[in-house]
Design a protein around this ligand. Structure first.
Ligand code: ARG
Length: 576
């Protein structure tokens, strides 16, 4: 039930103000003892020629509110009317909905009939998948899940970096020094090795530069041998990336990379020419963007080759043609903000209205506390896989110790499964626990703190609650919806409110493209639940009725935590 709307409806009838106006005025009081909603009467003083206090007194006493079943009371405090929801009715209503929907709680149909493209991950072929690429991967996946939950049709795009002069270098280097076996064993390491070697050797051998340029030209012209090698590098890199995606439970609908769009560059150039948008600047062909306050967007370099932006223009046109998107989101780091502004402005200037439906969703940098050492060959780059492996290993240590201390018996398989989910979850959570534009700093102590703002804390809360439900079952007790109106103490009430606000959090997260808004709610639910758990006994409650009502509350908490974590790609475990 939408309590706020119902209150607004009645207030609108009493005051004569229109509904929207009233709705906007209604506030959520800062403290729960001041009620659940408050209506300030100041605006009415002029039209009603009365002091706000008097107006508030009259409204609070209006008979219309007395007949509302779910409203406990309406009271005026000074110029405010405070509304108190009947906690019993609220508990029944909210928990009933959640338990009926289970994992599906939070689903909406506001996106029905709308298509949204989420571009994310987009790593570069033949390059290591580092922790920076994890940022776009995790945020993008989460946005895709969130929009799906809201009923949108989501197209997940991986705009691979598979084009550029470096492929001419790689082909040259591979023919000279490539090791087929090593390539098969560990593709990215081998490609990186010969790429680095190429740059070293190139310093003393200008022939190499020429050979690389020739090979790139051949690749562009579609010469079969060069294309075959490029394909091999691309396919083998994808094997590595896909392993990581599988581990994280991610899928994509489309892997068209830059090379795919490079083929359409001519169409982009011709289209811009036809619309008289191309001007010459220092030998290059550019679109002037002065009216937008941006530097000109280069389309063709002076040597006639296209650039990154040209390919992004082709990609946007392709996306609109094929998907008629209602929204096209690019999850790419903040340093590329100007690039996207320019691309969208060129589209706009070319008369494509869908330019306004394109949005760059940026994110910050990834940093590490000094005590986090990684055995990386390449000084600064931390591989995502290594970060996850290390997190899983450390989680395993913690869980193994916990089991020993508590005398819990777990098989190795079970410990491994739990450590993988919790360790991976700890990494993912670090990326989504704050606003995406903030830099993140990894530290083992923080991310693996089972009592902190972490995935292990949330997963542990879930697992422990599941174990209470199992224990109850052994005692013949099942969650029951019958007496939910008994759940009215402060801890229960605040927890149920947090659960009820979960669906709004998802909508807000989508409106702002901020997955942390969902996580903040999940974390509030877990903290509210733990307060309730510490203060009230579940299986030791006075009556069986109350026990079963509290078990239903436990079940709703589990459903919501599970479905919330799934929205960022974190899986729960049933015990730990
Ligand atoms: N491959 C690029 C990189 O790793 C990101 C691509 C971003 N997407 C785009 N449509 N330009 O930096």
């Amino acid at each position: 039930m939408d309590y706020k709307s119902e209150i607004a409806q009645v207030l609108s009838g009493i005051t004569g103000l229109d509904f929207d106006n009233v709705y906007k005025l209604i506030e959520i009081p800062p403290q729960s003892d001041m009620g659940d909603f408050a209506f300030p009467c100041f605006v009415l003083a002029k039209t009603m020629h009365k002091a706000p206090q008097m107006i508030a007194t009259d409204i609070a006493a209006d008979s219309a509110f007395k007949s509302m079943q779910w409203l406990d009371k309406s009271v005026n405090v000074g110029p405010y009317v405070n509304f108190y929801i009947d906690r019993g009715v609220f508990a029944k209503d909210t928990l009933g909905t959640i338990i009926n929907l289970g994992d599906r709680y939070g689903e909406e149909n506001i996106g029905e009939g709308k298509t949204i493209i989420v571009e994310y991950s987009s790593p570069n072929i033949a390059k290591p998948f580092h922790v920076g690429h994890a940022f776009t991967t995790i945020i993008g996946n989460s946005l895709a899940q969130i929009y799906t939950k809201l009923g949108y049709k989501v197209i997940r795009m991986n705009h691979l970096g598979d084009y550029g002069t470096q492929f001419g270098k790689l082909i040259t280097a591979y023919r000279l020094w490539g090791d087929e076996q090593k390539l098969n064993e560990s593709p990215i390491d081998e490609l990186l090795r010969i790429y680095v070697k190429f740059h070293e050797e190139e310093k003393n051998d200008p022939e190499l530069t020429i050979a690389a340029r020739d090979n790139f030209k051949k690749l562009e012209d579609g010469c079969p041998d060069e294309v075959a090698l490029w394909e091999k590098f691309r396919d083998m890199s994808l094997v590595v990336f896909n392993k990581l995606y599988d581990r994280m439970g991610l899928t994509f609908d489309n892997y068209n990379g830059e090379a795919y769009y490079a083929k359409m560059s001519d169409d982009v150039v011709n289209m811009l020419k036809e619309k008289n948008l191309l001007v010459e600047s220092e030998g290059a062909q550019v679109v002037d963007l002065e009216e937008y306050g941006y530097p000109p967007c280069i389309i063709l370099k002076s040597n006639g080759t296209t650039i990154y932006a040209t390919r992004d223009l082709a990609a946007a046109m392709y996306r609109y043609e094929n998907y008629k998107f209602d929204k096209n989101i690019y999850v790419v780091g903040i340093p590329q903000a100007l690039h996207f502004k320019q691309v969208f402005a060129v589209l706009k200037k070319a008369g494509f209205d869908y330019a306004d439906k394109c949005e760059h969703v940026g994110f910050g940098l990834v940093k590490f506390k000094n005590n986090m050492k990684f055995s990386t060959r390449d000084g600064n780059i931390v591989l995502l896989e290594e970060l996850i492996d290390e997190s899983v290993a450390k989680t395993k240590e913690i869980i193994t110790n916990n089991c020993k201390q508590r005398g819990v018996d777990m098989t190795d398989d079970e410990i491994n499964m739990i450590s993988e989910k919790v360790g991976l979850g700890a990494v993912i959570y670090t990326y989504v626990k704050s606003g995406r534009e903030k830099d993140i700093v990894f530290s083992w102590e923080e991310m693996l703190d089972f009592e902190g703002d972490t995935a292990p804390y949330l997963i542990y809360t879930y697992a422990r609650t599941r174990s209470i439900l199992r224990k109850a079952k052994e005692q013949g007790l099942e969650p029951s919806l019958k007496s939910l109106d008994l759940l009215t103490n402060d801890d229960e009430y605040l927890l149920i409110r947090a659960l009820g606000d979960f669906k709004d959090a998802i909508v807000k997260a989508a409106n702002n493209n901020e997955p942390f808004m969902v996580m903040r709610q999940v974390s509030l639910i877990a903290r509210s639940y733990n307060r309730f758990y510490n203060n009230s006994s579940i299986l030791g409650a006075d009556t069986e009725e109350l026990k079963c009502a509290r078990l239903a509350l436990c079940e709703a908490v589990c459903d919501t935590i599970k479905s919330g974590l799934a929205l960022v790609g974190i899986d729960v475990v049933e015990r730990m």
